[in-house]
Each structure stands twice: as structure tokens, then as C-alpha cells.
Design a protein around this ligand. Sequence first.
Ligand SMILES: NC(=O)c1ccc[n+]([C@@H]2O[C@H](COP(=O)([O-])OP(=O)(O)OC[C@H]3O[C@@H](n4cnc5c(N)ncnc54)[C@H](O)[C@@H]3O)[C@@H](O)[C@H]2O)c1
Length: 345
Amino acid sequence: MEKVIINFNGSKSEILIGTSWESVSELIQESGVAIVTDSNVQRLYGEKFPDFPVLTIRPGEASKKLEVIEFLAERLIETGIDRTGFLLGIGGGVVCDITGFLASIYLRGIRCAFVSTSLLSQVDASIGGKNGVNLGSTKNVLGSFSQPEFVICDPVMLQTLPEDEYFSGLAELIKTAIIGNEKLFGLIENNYSGISKRDPDLLTMLESMAVNFKTAVVSEDEKESGLRRVLNFGHTYGHAIELYKSFRHGYAVASGMELAAAFSCSRGYLSKPEYDRIIGLLKTFKLLRRHDLPDTQLKQLILRDKKRSGNDIYFVFAQGIGKAVVEKIAVDEVVDFYRKNKSVQ
Ligand SMILES: NC(=O)c1ccc[n+]([C@@H]2O[C@H](COP(=O)([O-])OP(=O)(O)OC[C@H]3O[C@@H](n4cnc5c(N)ncnc54)[C@H](O)[C@@H]3O)[C@@H](O)[C@H]2O)c1
């Protein structure tokens, strides 16, 4: 078990990796708690939830919208949750994003925590205090920064995760290794079998490394004005691919990382052998899928990216393996590189 603590302006958030999720009752107050979950997670784990009212949403991205926040807030009022109340989200990134946002605005803010149940949320979505919902097809446009009091990441729960969801989460773990930890990259390379079998002890170790990196970044830049941008490695092309092809996030990011790695190579940030290692790892876990994104649509899709600033964008380059550098470049440059190098897919 590993505990990582994030401190923000006097408030503390604890990430507990490898802790059994069933110990959550010991960490929450005795009354005034409501649980938010989705119907898949409830079906699999609901019987063992602590004995509090459970508000269940439909699984998936479509639930990340204001209507669902309103629906849940109404249920909280009916349940009698007041300012002393506590929201516990038990689920993947969607449940954590919704729970965190709802807790930050309900009665101007109540306490909350997460049991993070997908690989993507254990290594990324539930860590760092960003939350929110989508508006139409624009992702995460309404939200807030607020930290859960604790997050339990129990890799045993990943045994029930559908294969595509698991490997989609793995792409974010690989991203973290590329931008922040070469040792983690090597461990992923050398543990194909344990990762494929979802060995909880191995995952506890790998997740701890990823969470330590993300918390270090987030602690320095809670509101994404600088360093935190490195976390978007692969996401500029990745988001465009996700919008175009509706791939699961991690698969879109994997294709985005393939392109970003090639771009990093062309800028001299990454050597050819390092590039080959990155592509080799993405291929080993079958993360690269054909997307056929037309270059004519890329600019329009990138212009919808929140990380853009006018006609420029903060693009993240891999600087070797284990380090990243961010450059503000013209969106046209990103599009041009794609036009000339589409064949890397
Ligand atoms: N706030 C952030 O910093 C941040 C960062 C990255 C991603 N995100 C968000 O996270 C979301 C994606 O998260 P996700 O991939 O976890 O999606 P998700 O929450 O939709 O979960 C994926 C699927 O797996 C199911 N599931 C979850 N845990 C399970 C388990 N243990 N066993 C079986 N099934 C399980 C869910 O019901 C769902 O069908 C996106 O909305 C994205 O925007 C947020």
C-alpha cells in the first residue's frame, strides 16, 4: 500500500494506492453521506457499498452533462444532505468528474472523496482535483478545481474492467512514463505478462509511480497555467482523433502520442532509438488503431481544443524518454506536420 499526499492552499488530499476499497467505511463520516456511482459499478460492487443512499447514473461519457448534475442535486436535497454532508464517488473517471463537480457546487461546496475503479481514473482522472461536465460535444467545459479528501485506488477492482477500458487506461500510464519517468517506462516494457494479467501488486507499484509524478506536477501548478501542460502529451492530435473517430480516450491518445513522438523526433528532442521504443511499446499493447483522420479536418478539430491560445497551441514534445518540453507553436505547424507525416500511422 502506498499513500501519496497532495497539499493545496492548506487543504490535503490523500491518494491511497493498493488499499482495499472495502476499507472506505473507516475513512468517511458516520452519517450524512451519499454515494454516486454508475450502474455497471453498482451491479458489480453495490452489495458491498457502505450503507448510505446510492445515486446511480448511466455509465459512460453521455452522463457528463448538466442535466445529470441537476438530477443528482435534486436527489441530494431529497436525501437531506446539508452543508455537513459528504459525497463519495465510486466509479471511473466519469463518476469521479461528476462527483467532484457536484460536491464543489452543491450548497457552495461539501466534502467529497472517491473510490476510483478504472485504470484511467486510478492513474489520471481521479488525481489532481480537476472535474466537470461536457457541454454538447465540447468536453469538460463546465467544471471546477477542487480536491477530494481522499482517493482509494484499489487495483483488485481492475479485474472486472472490460479489456478495452483497461488498455485505454494503460495508454495514460505509458504517457506518464514518457513524460516523467523512464524507470516506469522500462518497467512497463519488461512486464508485459504481469500487466496483461492485471497483477494487483505490480499495478500498485506502477500506479504509485504515475500518481507520484502527477501529484508533483499538479502541486506545482494546480490550475494548469504552466508545468501541468506536460500532462497533455499526445492529447493535441489525440483529442482530434477522439472527436473524429470516437475511439476510447486512451486509444486516441496512443495514436496522438505516436504522432507527437514523431514530431518530437523531427524537432531533435527525441532520438530514433527512443522513438522506436515508444512505438514498440504502444504496439506491444495493441494501442495503435487505424484512424484515417483527414488532414483537412484536423485544424478545425484542434481549434476546438481548450489548450489553444488564439491560433497557437501549447504542444508537448517528448524530450528523450522520461522528460517533456512544452512549446507554444502555431496550430498550422501542427497541421503541417500531420499533413507531411500521416504515414507514421
Ligand atoms: N479530471 C481529470 O483530470 C481527468 C483526466 C483524464 C480523464 N478524465 C475523464 O475521465 C473520463 C474517462 O474515465 P474512464 O475511462 O474511467 O471512463 P468511465 O468512468 O466511463 O468508465 C469506463 C467504463 O468502465 C466501467 N467501469 C468502471 N470501473 C469498473 C470496474 N472496476 N469494473 C467493471 N467496469 C468498470 C464503467 O461503468 C464504464 O462503463 C472522461 O470523461 C475524461 O474526460 C478526467
